[in-house]
Write a protein that binds this ligand. Structure first.
Ligand code: ZN
Length: 260
């Protein structure tokens, strides 16, 4: 594959595209949350790939059959620092974009819940890999607030089960070996096919099928802006590539953005 230079690298060009746009789809990945202190879990350089134990704890078939794995997973979750993290200026900037009336959908691959915590409208948000706010029963599909189950683990239940049906509980996040929710995919694809600007933020765009949204948007005639610390395989089809700090560039991008 030949990597042609993108049309422009500059912030001004991205700002202009944003001003002209009316229907923006934003796709975010781990890079937007690293400035909140959350490590990249799923990227090629991510925590899970460097930590086979962590990957095992998030493999659905292992999780289903091995109570010891579940006990270790619950203990690890309690110790996880993800609970105390706060949204950063990058998350906030996307709320400002929403307030300008341009956001048609925010798709995130992150499970940290920080877009919602920042104030993104849940109706305009697809958390494609789920979120850590809720725990789901693998048998009856009931959902429980994570805090409630965490409290039970804290009280000594090593492998808490569903209070309704005794089924196995797991965080409402997509594990290895599980499929994305088809409704989420459908919404993401539909929005991407009808947007006039697609902005990818902090994602290497390596995860299929969510990365299909970029090509769909492009083929439908949308302009493409990619903001990421490293090159992505879609840079060559982007109108603007900004390879810089997300929590710095996103606020600059939406600054003085007039209502749509
Ligand atoms: Zn149940």
């Amino acid at each position: 594959m030949d990597f042609l230079p993108p049309i422009a690298y500059d912030l001004d060009a991205a700002q202009e595209l944003l001003r002209q746009s009316r229907r923006v789809v934003v796709l975010t990945g781990a890079g937007i949350s690293t400035d909140s202190g959350i490590p990249d879990f799923r990227g090629p350089e991510g925590l899970w790939t460097k930590d086979p134990e962590a990957e095992k704890l998030a493999n659905i078939s292992v999780y289903r059959r091995d109570p010891d794995v579940r006990k270790r997973a619950w203990r690890r979750r309690l110790e996880s620092s993800m609970w105390s993290r706060r949204p950063n200026a990058g998350h906030q900037a996307l709320v400002d974009l929403q307030r300008s009336g341009r956001l048609s959908l925010l798709i995130t691959q992150n499970i940290d819940g920080l877009h919602r915590a920042a104030g993104t409208d849940p109706a305009l948000l697809v958390e494609a890999h789920g979120n850590v706010r809720e725990i789901v029963c693998l048998s009856c599909d009931r959902r429980f607030p994570t805090a409630e189950i965490a409290q039970r683990v804290d009280n000594g239940e090593e492998d808490p089960s569903c209070e309704m049906c005794d089924g196995i509980l797991k965080p409402a996040v997509v594990f290895f070996g599980e499929n994305l929710d088809p409704r989420d995919l459908e919404r993401s694809f539909a929005a991407s096919e009808s947007c006039d600007l697609f902005v990818a933020v902090g994602t290497s765009l390596a995860v299929y099928p969510i990365n299909e949204t970029v090509t769909m948007a492009r083929e439908a005639g949308a302009r493409i802006v990619i903001i990421n610390g490293e090159p992505t395989m879609f840079d060559r089809i982007a109108d603007v590539v900004l390879r810089t700090s997300i929590s710095v560039v996103l606020p600059a991008l939406v600054e003085d953005l007039p209502p749509a």
